[in-house]
Ligand binder design. Sequence first.
Ligand code: CUA
Length: 343
Amino acid sequence: MVVKKSVKMLFRLLPIGLMALMLSGCGIPELSALQPRGEGAEMQLEIIKLSLWVMLFVLAIVAVIYIYVLMKFRRKSGDNTVPKQVEGNHTLEIIWTVIPILLLIVLAIPTIKTTVELADAKEAKKNEQINVTANLYWWEFEYPDKGVSTGQELVIPVGKRVAVNLTSKDVIHSFWVPALSGKTDTNPGLENEMWLQAKEAGTYYGKCAELCGPSHALMDFKVVAMEQDDYDQWLKDMKSAKEAETKQLDKKNEKNWTTGEKVYAQNCLSCHGGGKVAPSLTNFGDRQRIAGYLDHDKENLEKWIRDPQKEKQGTKMPGFSEDQISDEELSELADYLLDKKLQ
Ligand code: CUA
């Protein structure tokens, strides 16, 4: 009877098992902790694997004992005697106390060692130091030693550990690039440190991993890893592009502005110019997404400027009606923004 029930139960669990198996095939390499592309994520995957083996070991032992007991002590037909009653067994109790303690030690040693190493950004600081500030709902990346600041796309050199200093402007967010490293909270008024490393050049997807408001799920960003030469060049280009932008948009230069520049200077510059209130747009044309997640095209950009609340509920960016920016001006502004490329 009991065996029959167990078999039935197993059949009921089968679809869940199959579903888990199918879902394990999901995920893209640039956004998967199970397909690490950096040292930090690799170290964490090792711990995941270790705990999985420990759990499978416990599961196997328990299952074997369970099935053995089920077969050996099942009620045989015609046997109506009451089995021998057993109460307490010191040897068994010691065994099932000591084994879990040993298993926890096996798990604790590498976990603590990895946690300490992941939080130690001392060496990484020598390579590069990047300040990350989380905002409702965008990310600011500042390279303080280089005088460069970007929004939404964090650029790092390949193969090197770079130090990341994390804080928040408003509420608690969490910085997470699954393929490169684990999550670290960004707290207002506090700084948390970690390091990032990417083994190959490419784009990796980042997420906010702490529920922070209605558009939490849209608070995406990218990490772009470049070869060292390209990275150095990128820093130089960013700096000169910013300088050129500041010069061109200076009020004294007003008579030389194009319509796009004029609309931008009058409506956008006060927030986007410094890169502290709203994302810096110096290299906006090179970005891969609008507002972190919309396809990077003119249509989306115009929709976004007209009514940001519709695309990203709770965003601080105000919308611009046709009275404020006409359709023609909006089109010019969008062209100007999409043209803001480093090269
Ligand atoms: Cu920011 Cu969730």
